[in-house]
Write a protein that binds this ligand. Structure first.
Ligand SMILES: *Cc1c(COP(=O)(O)O)cnc(C)c1O
Length: 365
């Protein structure tokens, strides 16, 4: 009798599984801790929560959950179009920007196709490529930054997609605007450039690729409501590109991929610019606090452009375990080939203090 393993698509048997940040309830259950006392700094979530306007809109939308959502996300795309000065047809909304990345795989990665990415960059690029039978071409980072020259040199006739996050997760590094523009300029015509802007709103001046998109370059930018907008639990993100490319992604999209509560919250979140501004400046202060705290503890870290700091703690797994016992969840980075490192999301000031105190006692233990 054939086993499932004989029936399944072969690439699925070797497909790596994404390891998420550990949920608070899991830690509470395993260690017998009060969930209310647990601090999760493991998934780059917003320590200030979401805009009250967004949560109010979500609560109001709950009253209509018997209805299917607007699969075309009309209202959300109208607001995005205004905000970005692009056409509504240039946007696709996903169940998190993760889904937009997956749709790119659906649409463009066939067996044996190559996708070029940084080694140790956000792992979803590799997972998506493998899932569709593609070949991830992983280019070593140079001083934790994407080595754009080496990435261009790795492009072949089989390359379909080049992924670049800015800033990157988990390194927190960002390539400069001029480097990035020169890089895009040197990409051949058959390559689609995916620019992952999950942390763009934390930048004072994010790199703007809209002029290139308007000029017909094969570029897809992805953004999310999970990070600065604080809506990670609702799963909603988007991509913008040339309308023709968006139309192709829509063919691979399931009809109701973005739920109605998430759409309502996202619309309200986009309109609350002062909340975003508050989160951006709180993050800058928290970043300074965490980085100077690490410095005082003599812990090496990578200068970050995002809402987390990646630090070399010796045994990343041991530090993760030790902090977890103290009720602080951070992210061990062994899955990224950085076994000595942990990633700490920036929390509120007292939360950053608590994380630093735990690191201090770990180092002294
Ligand atoms: C968090 C993150 C995302 C996407 O998250 P979603 O919740 O799926 O929108 C994408 N790229 C990077 C680099 C991230 O860190």
């Amino acid at each position: 009798m054939p086993q499932y393993a004989d029936l399944v698509k072969p690439e699925l048997l070797t497909q790596p599984v994404y390891q998420p940040g550990k949920p608070i309830d899991d830690v509470a259950r395993e260690l017998g801790l009060d969930p209310d006392g647990i601090l999760k700094l493991a998934s780059n979530e917003n320590p200030l929560g979401a805009s009250p306007k967004a949560t109010a809109a979500a609560k109001a939308a709950i009253d209509q959950v018997q209805l299917y959502p607007d699969g075309g996300c009309y209202a959300l795309k109208q607001i995005l179009a205004l905000k970005f000065d692009l056409a509504a047809e240039q946007f696709i909304v996903g169940n998190g920007s993760n889904e937009v990345l997956e749709l790119l795989g659906h649409a463009f990665i066939d067996k044996g196709d190559e996708a070029v990415m940084g080694k140790g960059a956000f792992i979803v690029y590799k997972l998506v490529t493998l899932l569709f039978g593609g070949v991830p071409i992983e280019i070593p980072m140079a001083d934790f930054r994407h080595d754009l020259k080496a990435m261009v040199a790795a492009i072949t006739d089989r390359t379909k997609i080049v992924f670049l996050p800015c800033p990157d997760n988990p390194s927190g590094t960002a390539n400069t605007e001029s480097e990035t523009l020169a890089f895009i300029d040197s990409l051949p015509d058959h390559v689609i450039f995916v620019f992952d802007e999950a942390y763009a709103e934390y930048q004072d001046k994010p790199i703007d690729l809209r002029p290139l998109i308007r000029n017909g370059r094969k570029i897809v930018c992805t953004r999310t409501f999970s990070k600065i907008y604080g809506l990670a639990g609702l799963r909603i993100g988007y991509g913008y590109a040339d309308a023709e490319l968006i139309q192709l992604l829509n063919r691979a999209r399931e009809p109701f991929n973005a739920n109605s509560v998430a759409q309502a919250a996202a619309i309200a979140a986009l309109q609350d610019e002062s909340f975003v501004e508050e989160c951006r400046s709180a993050n800058q202060a928290g970043l300074a606090q965490l980085q100077s705290g690490l410095q005082s503890l003599n812990i090496e870290y990578i200068e970050s452009h995002a809402n987390f700091v990646t630090a070399k703690i010796g045994g990343g797994g041991a530090a993760f375990e030790a902090l977890q016992k103290e009720g602080v969840i951070v992210r061990p980075l062994a899955p990224y080939g950085m076994a000595e490192w942990i990633r700490i999301s920036i929390g509120r000031p007292e939360e950053n203090e608590r994380a630093l105190a735990c690191l201090n006692s770990f180092l002294n233990s």
